[in-house]
Design a binder for this molecule. Sequence first.
Ligand SMILES: C[S@@+](CC[C@H](N)C(=O)[O-])C[C@H]1O[C@@H](n2cnc3c(N)ncnc32)[C@H](O)[C@@H]1O
Length: 364
Amino acid sequence: MPVKGRVPWAIVEHTLAKHDIYRRYLERWFPILIGGSNAYPSATYAEGFAGPGVYADGEPGSPIIALEAYVKKVPTTRSLAKFLFIDDDPRCVSMLREQLTERFPERPRPLDRMWVDVVQGKCGELLEQYLTERGCWGQPILAVLDSWGNAPVPHPLLRRLARNPATEVIVTFGTQHFVRFVEQLGADADGVFGGDQRWRQVRGLPDGEAKRRHLLDCYRRSLHDAGFQHLLDFELIDRRGEPLYLVFGTNHPRGVEKMKDTLWEVDPVQGVGFRDPRDEQHETLFDVNEPLLAPLARLLVPVIEAGGEDGVAVQDLKDFALRETVYRMQHVSPALQPLLEKGVIRSDPVNRIRTRGRVWAKAG
Ligand SMILES: C[S@@+](CC[C@H](N)C(=O)[O-])C[C@H]1O[C@@H](n2cnc3c(N)ncnc32)[C@H](O)[C@@H]1O
């Protein structure tokens, strides 16, 4: 859907946080895949909703951020980096082309090391075709699917991406569109959720958090069904706007770790935090500089209770934190410590949280 207002538009808080995440993640992704001694022959960075490459006050857009990360972190390589940018608004496409020329007046890498395509059209119609034409399949792809939140990306494309080696997606997902238009939206909207119509149950849920949570769970399930084994979703908090979620899908535990390292580096002082959408009390993860671990503790308690008389290995809780929450493994011990002190759990060794130890929920 072409942009309704002027191009370029003013940047909002969410976008600054999102760009910070993209930048830091890409600065890890490029060198791992095409910078080191085990580099793949090629890798593709593809955006299905690229935007104009610039914001109203001159801030760079995501395509520029991606190219900068590559140029900064991969000074020399024998691999080929393929950049593919699609947008359906002709104004965005011509502005992005201008921005690329302005910001990189000299081609930063020769033609046999770097390709850049900017294409006008719909992501759902063109992305798969261009990935084929450019010979991208069979090599790693990072697909950034940053729509206005309605995520119009065909499920067969997501399934194909999930099957492709070392391939990951970062999808921007907003719930507002689905909540507001549930009565009018047809089969295309079901397609966003892989054809599963359970997202429509949103109609009967109370407004606010319950609706948002249901839609996010449905979307997460659809990415999982598409074939992404590891999913990480987090809410970008904008004090003024609607919440927006980034959903990251990968088949590599290392991808999850790198994305978490990225998240925990993002500067919380800029006013935009992020939080784990599954924490019922919805506490933000930062209090200025200190991560808040109470949400993690709340997520761990049911897992420990489910362990019953056998308890749960602390290592399993660390794996759970890594796989199922926005927290890192090293957050688990400090999150358990207050539970131990308050008598909510007991441990072996007694009164200590050790990675090789176990914990039990205390009855009553
Ligand atoms: C959120 S903006 C992208 C911002 C950009 N990724 C950035 O961070 O700088 C969404 C863009 O998607 C484009 N768009 C919307 N629907 C589209 C579709 N179905 N296919 C391709 N582009 C689309 C809009 O023109 C707009 O430029």
